[in-house]
Write a protein that binds this ligand. Sequence first.
Ligand SMILES: [Zn+2]
Length: 92
Amino acid sequence: MSCEDDDVDCAEVLDRVYAFLDHEMDEDRALTYAEIEAHLSDCGGCLSKYDLERAVKAVLARSCACEHAPEELRMKVLARIRQVRVQVTDYT
Ligand SMILES: [Zn+2]
């Protein structure tokens, strides 16, 4: 159940997903959709574990289509990630 031994740990993914959502088109810090997908399959679903996978994918899908995610959805996901990051950090 541990992700800590992976190349990319869950806290970092959450951090980068947060940055991605927060800055949307800031490509230097953004995690790509492919990277998130890769981590999810490696890790067994750290985002789905926290019920974030669907929300993140919804936001990403809209970002990929060059549309801005609805502010309400984005804020909801950001708030959730902030919560989860605290939990994940407590474990490590
Ligand atoms: Zn993970």
